[in-house]
Design a protein around this ligand. Structure first.
Ligand code: ADP
Ligand code: MG
Length: 270
């Protein structure tokens, strides 16, 4: 198999799209698993109150365990919230619990309400690196809105990855999202860059889907990955078994596609 190069410094990637159901969570957990299975040390931060990434990774999302909420609002060191994946080595998760649902309102009046995740994440990464357990990738699964929680993800991230469903109005939504990302980022000291667009739920039998892929490539030639993720029932089944596609159906089209996408992201660099 092709080998995956490790990044020189930690790549912190916010997986974001203001629309729900476009494959953010699916892409976050499956790319994370693909990186980890290639020997990368990977942290998934679940900052969506729905906690779908956490449960897909088999991590407890009950309010009695500490998670992203406590690290950004209660000054809990991130190391104390992070849980190791039981099925994949080198894969860690900072879980979203129900407590995160109130974070939006609590962050709003704070002066540093948009940069709290950045602070706790960088502290954690520095300690990990000093102890010789540095991370290669941090993937942040964002909620489907440009909310305070998403702003925290953008402030912490160096890159933004936008998954989008291969459907008719995709490009319009994408251009709107890109404008919003830049409007927000221009106010940050360390603005992230939109590095990657990943087309998901691609159905190659539909001419329309082919057209959408071409359109997106024409408008965002540098950002759009060559790899597209096919629509596959197996991909949608995996989370109900608390697994990623990488262990649920490792030889199926979904795992192959996410493995290729991860390799492409690794090779292209930040
Ligand atoms: P988001 O996080 O953007 O809301 P999800 O990743 O949760 O989106 O995906 C929305 C739904 O679509 C989920 O039920 C998921 O299992 C399903 N899904 C995601 N990617 C695929 C795919 N490639 N093929 C089939 N179903 C998919
Ligand atoms: Mg989601």
């Amino acid at each position: 198999a092709a080998t995956m190069p490790a990044p020189a410094e930690t790549r912190i990637i916010a997986v974001s799209n203001q629309k729900g159901g476009v494959g953010k969570t699916t892409s976050t957990v499956n790319l994370a698993a693909a990186f980890a299975l290639n020997g990368m040390r990977v942290l998934v931060i679940d900052i969506d109150p729905q906690g779908n990434a956490s449960s897909a990774l088999g991590v407890n999302t009950n309010s009695d365990v500490p998670g992203t909420y406590e690290t950004i609002l209660k000054d809990l060191p991130m190391a104390e919230a992070i849980v190791r994946s039981t099925s994949i080595e080198n894969l860690y998760c900072c879980p979203a619990t129900l407590a995160l649902a109130s974070a939006e309102i609590e962050l709003f009046p704070l002066d540093d309400g948009q940069t709290r995740l950045r602070k706790s994440l960088y502290e954690f990464l520095n300690i990990s690196a000093k102890n010789g357990h540095g991370f290669d990738y941090v993937l942040i699964d964002c909620p489907p809105s440009l909310s305070m929680l998403t702003m925290n993800a953008f402030s912490a991230a160096k890159e933004i990855l936008v998954p989008m469903q291969t459907e008719y109005y995709a490009l319009e939504g994408l251009e709107q999202l890109v404008r919003s990302i830049y409007a927000f980022s221009s106010r940050l000291t360390h603005p992230p860059k939109l590095s990657t667009i990943l087309l998901t739920m691609f159905d190659k039998r539909l001419n329309l889907a082919q057209d959408v892929v071409e359109d997106v490539r024409t408008h965002f030639p540098k950002e759009t990955l060559e790899t597209t993720i096919p629509r596959s029932v197996r991909i949608s089944e995996a989370p109900s078994f608390q697994q990623t596609i990488m262990t649920y159906d490792p030889n199926g089209v979904g795992a192959v596609a996410y493995r290729e996408a991860a390799l492409e992201i690794a090779r292209r660099g930040a």
